[in-house]
Design a protein around this ligand. Structure first.
Ligand code: PMP
Length: 411
């Protein structure tokens, strides 16, 4: 009998499993709206020009393949934190941001989870929005934190849960009403372009959330996987993080360059913590190294080199910013068009305004699990069972077919 005869088959990943089903489908009309990877107007993966130029530049400089330090390429983490916190950030200029390169956003979250599990001096409970990106729960659970949820999304209005955010209670209300809620819990916030709902707080609501987080002494952990993708501006999308820092919060931050630089498989990201001063930063970084070393020793070179080249060379930076805006704008134009097709052309029953008002890569359509199943089986259209679609998977060639099929599934 085999040593592994007792290993049960696990379920497919709820997001990556959609891609597997899509790949197996032979129908030429098939559409994959599952995974959150940008596609150009022809439905093709998109390598940014700024990335190609950075690679040309790197090739010409003939770099070696030595190991990076445990916390990665120092110029990369410096430029990544500058991008997130802003060049005029007080902790940045005080040399008080502890940072490390990470295996993209997932790795940043995992390092952060492990660091907090080891050193956060208060409750080891992390509150995640419900719903959230499907990988958050296993990442933080496997990091050694206890995972709980706070209400974020109101199914009835397909929008931000106003009852949760307003009436003076907000996120903390749901933590407080949880009788067993520990003091000073950790709270995960999507910095922008909330996944899967596409619903972000307004600037005024962020201020409100900051007040609640402060009042309840929660520790904010920002996940910023889409900086630039929400509004087209990396500065505007960093508003929440910068507001919290300027309001005096100490924050944890996960950054990914998968989406905004299209570096998905290169795994370029960063994890950072704001600390009191340079001396504390040095202590924290020494412990980040001790967390990382037994996990993977040191991070991969190429993606960080590309991102750093773009971030540090003004001519590439400018081109990159324009490309980020181009991606965001194409998605926004697809939102307009899908809304018009569903609401006007096909007179699809229901309210579809949220398609236009939602932000970032995804739209939470409101389609039910049964409808998403019918779309896969009858129209070869694939999305996650919660009705989330990656807007970037739509283009001028498939959007009419998509809208017509959704309309039929709803009717
Ligand atoms: N956080 C959120 C909210 C995400 O949507 C994603 C990507 N789907 C990530 C983190 C991490 O992605 P990656 O590891 O590819 O950077």
């Amino acid at each position: 009998v085999s040593t592994w005869s007792n290993v049960p088959a696990g379920p497919p990943d709820p997001i990556l499993g959609v891609t597997e089903a899509f790949k197996a489908d032979k129908d030429p009309r098939k559409i994959n709206l599952g995974v959150g990877a940008y596609r150009d107007g022809d439905g093709k993966p998109y390598v940014l020009n700024s990335v190609k130029k950075a690679e040309d530049f790197l090739r010409a400089s003939n770099p070696d393949k030595e190991y990076l330090p445990i916390t990665g390429l120092p110029e990369f983490t410096k430029n990544a934190t500058k991008l997130a916190y802003g060049a005029d950030s007080t902790p940045l200029n005080a040399n008080a941001i502890a940072a490390t390169q990470s295996i993209s956003g997932t790795g940043a979250l995992r390092i952060g989870g492990a660091f907090l599990a080891r050193f956060y001096p208060h409750s080891k409970v992390i509150y995640l929005p419900v719903p959230s990106w499907g990988n958050h729960t296993p990442i933080f659970r496997d990091s050694g934190l206890e995972v709980r949820g706070y209400r974020y999304f109101d199914k009835k209005t397909v929008g931000l849960d106003f009852e949760a955010f307003f009436r003076g209670r907000g996120i903390a209300y749901y933590i407080v009403v949880d009788q067993n809620a520990p003091e000073r819990s950790i709270v995960l916030l999507h910095a922008c372009a909330h996944n899967p709902t596409g619903v972000d707080p307004t600037p005024a609501q962020w201020k409100e959330i900051s007040n609640i987080v402060k009042e309840k002494k929660l520790f904010p952990f920002f996940d910023m996987a889409y900086q630039g993708f929400a509004s087209g501006s990396t500065d505007r999308d960093a508003l929440a993080v910068r507001l919290f820092v300027s309001e005096g919060h100490q924050v944890a931050l996960s950054q990914s360059f998968a989406k905004n630089m299209g570096l998905y498989g290169e795994r370029a990201g960063a994890f950072s913590l704001t600390t009191a001063d340079a001396e504390e930063k040095a202590r924290v970084e020494s412990q980040l190294k001790i967390v990382i070393r037994p996990m993977y020793s040191n991070p991969p070179l190429h993606g960080a080199r590309i991102a750093n080249t773009i971030l540090s060379r003004p001519e590439l930076y400018g081109e990159w910013e324009a490309e980020v805006k181009g991606m965001a704008d194409r998605i926004i134009s697809m939102r307009e068009r899908l809304y018009n097709e569903l609401a006007n052309t096909h007179k699809t029953p229901g309210e579809w305004g949220h398609i236009k008002s939602q932000i970032g890569m995804f739209s939470f359509t409101g389609l039910t699990a049964a409808q998403t199943k019918a779309l896969a089986e009858r129209a070869y259209i694939y999305m996650t069972a919660d009705g989330r679609i990656s807007m970037a998977g739509l283009n001028g060639k498939n959007i009419d077919y998509f809208a017509e099929s959704v309309s039929r599934a709803v009717k």
